[in-house]
Design a binder for this molecule. Sequence first.
Ligand code: ASP
Length: 613
Amino acid sequence: MYRTHTCGELRLQHVGTEVTLAGWVQKVRKLGGMTFIDIRDRYGITQLVVDDSASADIQDITSNLGREFVINATGKVIERTSKNSKIDTGDVEIAISALSVLNKSDLPPFTIEDDTDGGDEIRMKYRYLDLRRNAVRSNMVLRHQIAFETRRYLDQMNFLEVETPILIGSTPEGARDFVVPSRMNPGQFYALPQSPQLFKQLLMVSGFDRYFQIAKCFRDEDLRADRQPEFTQIDCEMSFVEQEDVLQLFEGMMKHLFMYVKNVDFSEPFPRMTWHDAMKFYGSDKPDIRFEMRFVELKNCRNNSILDNRLIEDELDYEAILNSNDYKEVFEVYLNIFGVFNSAEYVGGICAEGCAAYTRKQIDELTEFVKRPQIGAKGLVYIRCEANGTYKSSVDKFYSQDILKAIASKFNAKEGDLILILAGDTVKTQKALCELRLEMGTRLGLRDKNVFKPLWVIDFPLFEWDEDTQRFYAMHHPFTSPKPEDIEYLDSDPGRVRANAYDMVVNGVELGGGSIRIHDSQLQNKMFELLGFTPEMAESQFGFLMNAFKYGAPPHGGLAFGLDRLVSLFAGLDSIRDCIAFPKNNSGRDVMTDAPSTISEEQLKELCLKLTN
Ligand code: ASP
């Protein structure tokens, strides 16, 4: 027997027992006549002791041990005189009576400890060693638990797990496909699935009723912290459901996962927010609602929400307006005095509680922050609400104290608060303000990773207008159904048509999303037409689906969760990389196996491929 116990198992109650352990040498320490060996496996670390009385054989093996040697040790469990409360087995140690080396190890390129000296690149190259570290392994354990509990919940709810193919035609999730040349069909290519979307809809036509799959998906996109070229979805579809049924069932799944994996109990229903409100108040379709700091719009010409852009006219009675407490009026009249606000499509801001004491330097930092190219704001206007009821602002010279007070009251700002305002074109400025809000949230410690605030974002627009190509794209995908009450605008005003589409967002992370699908071929054809597909294109790409829909497609809908994001959220990680056993780096490379790589002339020939430069 290689082992009787694991390295994480022994406690005081085992004292006196003879045990055998197997594992890796984490560390060897000599202290006088004693040698201590830390032996590690997946379950923990146990201390072995070799003293002067040990056989020459053991002494000899001990003195030749190196880090990461695989060993096998037998001995009696004894109580430690000086206990180590940092490890679970810290009350005991093993006085060894037999020791053997099962395998030697080269000196590892970095220390395999919680705090390693290895940089990112080297740990990725030796990922199999990195995975020996607690911090990385525990993410994989968490991943297993989430996948397991997902299966348990969905099984209880009558879902069937069905595998769908990896070598397929293209799926329309809006990213670039990874393609695979077909040797048997020269000149033709498979695409790897961006998601199992079409197959799961076909399974509904097959009468499977409730489907799920923990599925690999592939999208050739530029990479970010929360993106990998291949990633895993918890992909689900249901028949005979409306949006409400889907939201209820999967809210249940999230609660189940929070309960059984994180021990977090949500008794209240998850809040729901329309896409429109999410954009208006948070400038994002995935708002982080761990903290308020909602946007206050001073002006938004795009939505005609506040201003009619009246310019200051001499005959207006400012006194009366200020005294009337009608602050809306005040903005309409006064806001435009400042040229930047006057020419902007949108003026909006946030109120950071208790930040009036921010120094010039801190405000400059925030200005630099919003001016970074990826954020792209031109500058930042601040109003400090001072303790004595006065206001200090970067635009003092344009605005009297009364006007600043009026603006502050619009923000419900109290003495001691700091108002930060951005102006510019609506979409860009809302985005920049969203980043600024998150930055302030972080600075104020309002984004605690141990606090979870889920919500549903609903009523997404069906289409998204693209300026570059001057056409509409499906915001979700072409199979998403419009809200029945908006169908009448499909031709006249596609931009205002809302979809039966929803996203689950937790702490500002889009964890999943889906929609109720179109199950009527006529409406589906209409969608293809609106999205610029000729009937021939639609037929060649989706003919099989349209054909299937002729044979009794039930009303259906579903969604998919990003498993990697879910694990990284539960683990409190910033990147999804550390919860994937063998991830790719930022250039999409697997540095361990050195993929992608070139292939031989012979292989190219077989595939009828020729490389250009
Ligand atoms: N296939 C969709 C996606 O990957 C999810 C869904 O609509 O069910 O985002």
